[in-house]
Design a binder for this molecule. Structure first.
Ligand SMILES: *[C@@H]1O[C@H](CO)[C@@H](O)[C@H](O)[C@H]1NC(C)=O
Ligand SMILES: *[C@@H]1O[C@H](CO)[C@@H](O)[C@H](O)[C@H]1NC(C)=O
Ligand SMILES: *[C@@H]1O[C@H](CO)[C@@H](O)[C@H](O)[C@H]1NC(C)=O
Ligand SMILES: *[C@@H]1O[C@H](CO)[C@@H](O)[C@H](O)[C@H]1NC(C)=O
Ligand SMILES: *[C@@H]1O[C@H](CO)[C@@H](O)[C@H](O)[C@H]1NC(C)=O
Length: 505
């Protein structure tokens, strides 16, 4: 029996299927089979990387938190910079910093159009800093085969080290630019949003404020229900059509039963156009990945954050189920729905379930998800669109031990950054944070959804998906999205003018 085991998160394009019967774990990396060139030609609202920023490297220290000789090793940390609209250090013009997430920083920089869109208004310098162990910011001389090799070399990958990297890089950059009085505002989406919020809390002397978009900082330590993630996905589909929800919900048993019958695997392989070479048919995991990520990126305009998708892709998936083009049986309907996510570009010859393509370099999230990022999203109650199941923490811990030789520390994040009774704590302590959440995003279940004080604000949009506010604006953007961005600009503007008033005193 297979349990859904979404191990990862945010943008991570893989989920693992845990087969309890033989205690084997099969991570799968559904690949879209689309070349990067094809991808960028499909992005209507993303820009060519060439024109967006310049690439720089900074010598960064391996371990900020102890003084053993090996801690003094260094690595090259990449950051991207755009000074087209910067008002300069003489004017103390602001610096907007994106706190990089778990992947190649270029990918995030190209998908965070909001910062480019608002740069002229604020005369801001834009800086996008890559998270250590991702992209080109690899310790041990840039050699992934060493950096990712074992727990001794990967052990320096953590959120606290990343935040310290950002702080020291920003301070050094300001010195180099003779811009020590320029206010810094940090921005981030998803894990990057968590980092932005935490950065404001831990380094208030470096950043005057943070825009944390779709940052599920409460998805730890049972602060929110482990069912919240699936409940939101369920609601996303169910609100489009009850039939669509029922077909998907009913399909899991049918797939399992078919797989057990003689010739069943061949039947499934054919029904879902899965490549012939596949040995391990983790179809349930492949399908649930499509539902999860489509719910996350249920944007009102065409996008290609994870895969190329039409506007309102959940609606499109349900259309494929409610009004099937390729046959009336359940598998044909699901094939149609999965094709919205995996083959919207129309270029897939067959679907490769075990392909290990990882175009955005997200693989080391696996380490983070096994050490500190213990986010509880695996529970499914009886109404879930997925099969009913409980979060299986022990299975995760066993997997982590086997895969990385580490024991997770499920309480560390709340110990280091807080989270329990967040309103009570931040009301008196924090200031200048915006938490944006779109309620269609399954991660919004772990987001801050209530205003905490006059300056620790929750902007909540029921039509919104995963960090939709940070995307490039388009002519087709709905009014609610324009309003969200306008409020964000107003609030950031207030922080900056307050800072200049204080500076002048
Ligand atoms: C920088 O960003 C602006 C938009 O804010 C854009 O017009 C410009 O092309 C970008 N590129 C570079 C290299 O500065
Ligand atoms: C991890 O890999 C490094 C680099 O190859 C090696 O020096 C070290 O002994 C390894 N550590 C363990 C615990 O295997
Ligand atoms: C600041 O300048 C020094 C000397 O050129 C350089 O080594 C360092 O990397 C620069 N800092 C940043 C953040 O680019
Ligand atoms: C992908 O879409 C194209 C165009 O509709 C179709 O020809 C192709 O068979 C599809 N691929 C798969 C694997 O279904
Ligand atoms: C929080 O306060 C802001 C500013 O007053 C307001 O725009 C926003 O709607 C409030 N958020 C919630 C969730 O009530």
């Amino acid at each position: 029996m297979a349990t859904r085991f979404i191990f990862l998160s945010f943008c991570l394009l893989f989920s693992s299927t845990l087969t309890i019967s033989n205690a084997k774990i099969f991570p799968t990396f559904p690949s879209s089979r689309i070349t990067p060139e094809k991808l960028s030609s499909l992005i209507s609202n993303s820009k060519d990387s060439q024109g967006l920023y310049k690439t720089k490297y900074h010598t960064q220290i391996l371990d900020h938190f102890n003084y053993n000789p090996q801690s003094y090793q260094t690595f090259q940390q990449r950051y991207l910079i755009n000074d087209t609209h910067w008002g300069g250090s003489k004017n103390n013009a602001p610096i907007f910093v994106y706190t990089g997430n778990e992947g190649d920083i270029e990918w995030f920089a190209q998908n965070t159009g909001f910062m480019y869109d608002v740069a002229p208004k604020f005369k801001a310098l834009l800086v996008f800093i890559e998270h250590r162990y991702y992209g080109k910011s690899i310790p041990y001389g840039g050699y992934k085969e060493i950096a990712y090799k074992n727990a001794s070399t990967t052990g320096y990958l953590s959120s606290t080290q990343a935040l310290a990297d950002y702080a020291s890089l920003i301070i050094d950059l300001k010195k180099n630019l003779t811009a020590t009085d320029s206010p810094v505002v940090v921005f981030g989406g998803s894990y990057g949003g968590m980092l932005a919020a935490w950065f404001r809390l831990k380094y208030p002397h470096v950043a005057i404020g943070a825009l944390a978009s779709s940052a599920p900082i409460l998805n730890f330590d049972n602060i929110v229900s482990p069912y919240s993630f699936s409940n939101i996905i369920t609601q996303d589909f169910r609100s489009v059509s009850e039939n669509c929800y029922k077909v998907i919900k009913g399909s899991w048993k049918q797939i399992e039963e078919t797989a057990k019958k003689p010739g069943g695997l061949e039947k499934l392989q054919k029904a879902f156009r899965i490549c012939k070479s596949e040995k391990n048919l983790a179809i349930e995991s492949w399908l649930s990945t499509a539902f999860v990520y489509t719910a996350m990126t249920d944007y009102p305009t065409p996008s290609n954050f994870l895969n190329p998708l039409p506007a309102f892709p959940v609606k499109e998936m349900c259309k494929a189920i409610d009004d099937p083009k390729t046959g009336n049986d359940v598998f044909a309907k699901l094939y149609g729905a999965a094709s919205v996510y995996y083959n919207y570009s129309g270029t897939a010859k067959c679907f490769d379930l075990n392909g290990d393509s990882d175009p955005h370099g997200l693989s080391e999230w696996g380490w983070q998800a096994c050490t500190e990022m213990i986010m509880l999203t695996g529970g499914d109650n009886k109404d879930s669109i997925f099969e009913e199941s409980e979060e299986d923490y022990d299975a995760r811990a066993r997997y982590c031990k086997e895969a990385y030789g580490v024991d997770p520390r499920p309480n560390w994040i709340t110990t280091e950054f807080g989270g329990h009774k967040i309103g009570l704590v931040l009301k008196r302590f924090a200031s200048n944070i915006i938490f944006f959440n779109g309620l269609r995003d399954p991660w919004s279940g772990g987001g801050v959804l209530k205003n905490i004080s006059k300056t620790v604000l929750a902007l909540v949009e029921k039509e919104g998906a995963h960090h939709v506010d940070l995307r490039f604006s388009t002519k087709e953007d709905p009014q609610w999205l324009k309003d969200v961005r306008r409020r964000e600009v107003e609030i950031v503007g207030k922080w900056i003018s307050q800072y200049f008033q204080d500076l002048a005193l």
